[in-house]
Structure formats: C-alpha cells, structure tokens
Design a protein around this ligand. Structure first.
Ligand SMILES: Cc1cc2nc3c(=O)[nH]c(=O)nc-3n(C[C@H](O)[C@H](O)[C@H](O)COP(=O)(O)OP(=O)(O)OC[C@H]3O[C@@H](n4cnc5c(N)ncnc54)[C@H](O)[C@@H]3O)c2cc1C
Length: 387
C-alpha cells in the first residue's frame, strides 16, 4: 500500500472508494493543465464523475445514495484533488451540501427527497451562491444585499452573487437573500432555467481557475413559494458545527500531496553532471522531503482523526467547531508550505508553465480564502481557551 495511505484505509469500502477516486484522478491530471490555462470548467471530468456515480456518494441510502461517512468523503476529496484541485473543490461543494442537509435536516423533507432523487437518477449538480461583494465571506455574518419579495404567491429575487463555483455546470443554485418584509435571511433553491438568472464570466483568477466561480445575476427571478427552503438563523453557541466543510482542507492537502509526489519523482530522476548520483541522495534534499512528509502527517492525521470523531460521536458535534476550524487552518497553511518546499527541491524547473508545480502553487493560495479564514479560527480558538 502507498505509504501515504497505509494507516488511513481501514476497511474494504474505504479501499474501494480510494481506488476508484485514484483512477478518476489519474484521468483528471491529464486534463488539468488545459482547464487551468484556458480557465474552462472541467465538464469532461464531471461526465466521468457522473458515470462513476460519484455525485450521489453523500445522498442518504433511503433516497438511493451511498451515504458515505465524512471520513470516506475526505478520502475521496483528497484523492481527486491529487489529479485536479479545481475539480475536487467543485465536487466538494455539491457532495458537502448534500451531506450537511442529510444531517441537519434543515430543508423540508419533500424538497430534499426530490433533490436527492434527481441527483441519483439524473446526476444533477447543486451549490450555494452566498458570497457577495459587499458582504465578503458570508462566514463573517454580513447581510445579503440580494433581496427576495413575496408577490402574487411567488418569490421574486434580485441581486448579484460572487464566487459561485461550478456556475456553468449547475442545475440548482442555493441563493441567500434578505426577505424584504421581515428582514430575515432565507436560502432559495433556484433552478438554472429560471428566467432572469444569468452568469457573468468574472472568474479570471490566479488559482482554482477551472472552478469557474463566476458571478450570478438575478434580475427579478421568479420562483415558486416552496423555493424558500430554509431561514438562516443567527449563529449561536450550541448550533451544530459544519463537519462537511472539511472537504476544503481535504482538497488542499490533496494538491499538496501531488506537489510532494512530483518533487520526489524529480529528486529521484534528476542527476546533474556535478553529482555522481541523483539529488535524492543529497542530505539537504532529504531534509526537505522529510519536512514535507512530517507536515503532511501532522495535518492529515489531525484531519482524519477529527472526521472519525465526527462520524463516531454525533452527540459531540456541537462541541467540535474549534477543532474543525483548526483542521482547516492547519491544512491550508500546511499545503502552502509543502508546495513551497516541493518547489525548492525542484528548483527553477518548477517555474515553467508546463510544470504542474506552478499550478499547485497558485491553487493552494485559494484555500486561504475559503471558509473559515484564519483570523476567524484564531478568534474562536482563543475565545474558547479564555472562557
Ligand atoms: C476558489 C474559491 C471558491 C469559492 N466558492 C464559493 C462558492 O461556491 N460559493 C460561495 O458562496 N462562496 C465561494 N467562495 C467565496 C468565499 O467563501 C469567500 O466569500 C470569498 O473568498 C471572499 O472572502 P474574502 O476573505 O476575500 O472576503 P472578506 O471576508 O471580506 O475578507 C477580506 C479582508 O477583509 C477583512 N474583513 C472583512 N470583513 C471583516 C470583519 N467583519 N471583521 C474583520 N475583518 C474583516 C478580512 O480579514 C480580510 O483581510 C469561494 C472562494 C474561493 C477562493
């Protein structure tokens, strides 16, 4: 067994999922440079994921899905990200939302059941578009400037959303909006076919380019009354923590593993004519390889241990907010450090456009701006310690 997974694959089911994800990741790796260069959504990868039945992995069994655990979900995410980080992050939003809804049961059951069936039978895709220019990260509690008004038995939604990953591939957008009559914030399930909904191609970024996290424009978009699927309360102590968000650290650790593997491959193969052996035998290179692996062990065993706790002890979940945030903090910063070490091992070759390391370098930067941001984590961890 691969030395990165020998302690982590504990069951036959985990091994099967990992092998399936590995096979898909190998195909995605071949396409990643092109999608990144042209900033195109990886439709071919999603066709493969659909064919493999991966879009329903987190759908509960009662609705025909696989109902994988959080731990298994992270194994899939981390492995897919080794092939293509943008595909993994995009898949993670979709699978994570389904996992979260199955646990929290926040949506009316008939609506959730219908969406689950559509995911299983038609492999539809969904994601949240919560971010806006004026609010920044929704995790900070800003109020959406997108509005929803109830008129003649239908909701009418207007506004602009930013950072909507998978925009061109989505079948459903989950749009947060301020309800004009009450001032409450609601989540609305909006089909891509709704008239007045358009995508503006704003996503021309340094990293995670193939996620196509474009802007969504809503111009008097009319949806049925049942489209209001959830009223979002104000975050308060005791509210369930969001284990599903660990798909984010899993994704960035997967990218870091890809960088580590590329550096090791290079170190074993590269023998400059000033040396009688490949650079893998140089003590300084070995030190950097060990540093990468020790940092990865720290971050990955922490992440998988917390996911395992989440799966085993549902009654403890409300008390895990700080640990979940610390996993994301540790993983995304580790990913940045590991890619940096990998590039130092490879040297100047890592800067060339046809070298995957430069893409990993750009992609891991995005992790710092996925929720929760480091300053939020630092604040909640310190607050708990000082209580
Ligand atoms: C690759 C990628 C994919 C994404 N996909 C999605 C998606 O599918 N759906 C979605 O809804 N969003 C998505 N996001 C958006 C993400 O969740 C954030 O909303 C977005 O990155 C904006 O965060 P920010 O840190 O730039 O903004 P801000 O939160 O505004 O932070 C910017 C700066 O201002 C400071 N700041 C702002 N407000 C405060 C405050 N109240 N207190 C203290 N400091 C403050 C911060 O510390 C930081 O320095 C994605 C982001 C990325 C990078």
């Amino acid at each position: 067994m691969n030395e990165l997974y020998h302690l982590l694959l504990r069951t036959e089911r985990e091994r099967n999922l990992y092998e399936q994800a590995r096979e898909l990741a190998a195909r995605f790796h071949e396409r990643a440079a092109w999608h990144d260069e042209y900033g195109e959504f990886p439709f071919a990868n999603f066709r493969d994921l659909k064919q493999a039945g991966f879009l329903s992995l987190t759908v509960p069994k009662q609705y025909g899905g696989e109902e994988i655990s959080l731990y298994e979900f992270l194994l899939v995410q981390e492995t897919i990200a080794q092939g293509d980080g943008a595909t993994a992050l995009s898949l993670g939003w979709h699978l994570g939302i389904l996992l979260s809804l199955a646990v929290t049961k926040k949506w009316p059951e008939p609506v959730f059941a219908r969406i689950c069936r559509e995911v299983v039978e038609k492999q539809v895709l969904l994601n949240s578009a919560h971010s806006e220019k004026a609010t920044g990260s929704p995790a900070r509690g800003g109020k959406p400037e997108t509005t929803a008004e109830f008129r003649n038995g239908r909701w009418v939604i207007s506004g602009r959303k930013t950072f909507a990953s998978l925009a061109p591939a989505l079948d459903y957008f989950i749009i947060s909006a301020t309800i004009e009559a009450t001032g409450e914030i609601g989540n609305f399930l909006v089909p891509k076919t709704a008239s007045g909904l358009t995508i503006e191609k704003t996503w021309n970024t340094l990293g995670m380019r193939a996620t196509r996290s474009d802007d969504i424009l809503l111009d008097n978009v009319e949806v049925e009354e049942e489209a209001l699927v959830e009223i979002i309360g104000t975050p308060k102590a005791g509210q369930p923590a969001q284990g599903w968000l660990l798909h984010i650290p899993a994704c960035y650790l997967g990218i870091a593993i890809a960088a580590r593997n590329e550096a090791i491959r290079f170190a074993k193969a590269y023998q400059p004519n000033s040396l009688p052996h490949p650079i893998a035998e140089v003590p300084e290179v070995q030190r950097k390889i060990a540093q990468m692996d020790i940092q990865l062990m720290n971050a990955r065993h922490f992440m998988y241990a917390i996911a395992d706790q989440w799966d085993r002890y549902p009654e403890k979940r409300a008390e895990m907010k700080e640990e979940l945030a610390a996993v994301k903090y540790t993983a995304t910063n580790t990913a940045v450090n590991v890619v940096d070490l990998a590039m130092r091992i490879v040297g100047g070759q890592s800067l060339f456009a046809d070298n995957p390391l430069q893409r990993y370098y750009r992609d891991v930067r995005a992790g710092l701006h996925n929720p929760p941001a480091d300053d939020i984590t630092v604040s909640i961890v310190a607050k708990r310690a000082l209580q």
